[in-house]
Design a protein around this ligand. Sequence first.
Ligand code: PD2
Ligand code: ZN
Length: 213
Amino acid sequence: MTCTVTHPTRYVVETLCLQPRLLLLRGFLSESECDYLIEQAEAKIAPSTTVDPETGEHIRVEARSSSSTYFQLGQTEVLSVVEARIANQVNLPVVNGEGLQVLNYQKGQQYLPHFDFFDPAHKGSGVILACGGQRVATCIMYLNTVEPDAGGETHFSEVDIRVRPVKGDAVLFYNTLYNGEIDRMTLHASLPVTAGQKWVSTKWIREREYKSP
Ligand code: PD2
Ligand code: ZN
């Protein structure tokens, strides 16, 4: 499909919480960028994996029942534009970003409460932290709207904040505190989708340039 790249974009930044540092970015992606990301992902989507904290390897877990796929940094022009927009918002270079991930949740699928940072106390974290440092921020972009009462909210349980997926909006949160320590207040989940489906794109941003192992 053709995707109109409109850069720079105007969007509204709303602070949802100071700790954890949580921002809602309304209208962060255009409709056509959302549709483009879904279309690019659809062909290659597969059951999601997560990083094993003991070994650092990618494994499939019940806690994450979605399907997903990854893109390389700058793989297409549209991806580059979105990546530059995120980099501007977090004030960190594009190269600190891991490749964009697109996730699909069907009815009943969810992502149980977890942290996006790598806990330095876990055995497997050393290997992962060596290639770019900590995941300082996460940007979850909603690619479709999930109707009210149809579940699928991103839930920050420590502060009981639920963000409902609205097409084009994004939630940005900081996994580390100002002193660089991990912030356990960022515990978050994707609540089960109870009707329809949910599409998101997640960007994890590292402390330094990210080089995949
Ligand atoms: O899809 C979500 O709402 C969600 C919630 C928690 C995504 C992630 N975590 C993630 O991709 O890390
Ligand atoms: Zn997460």
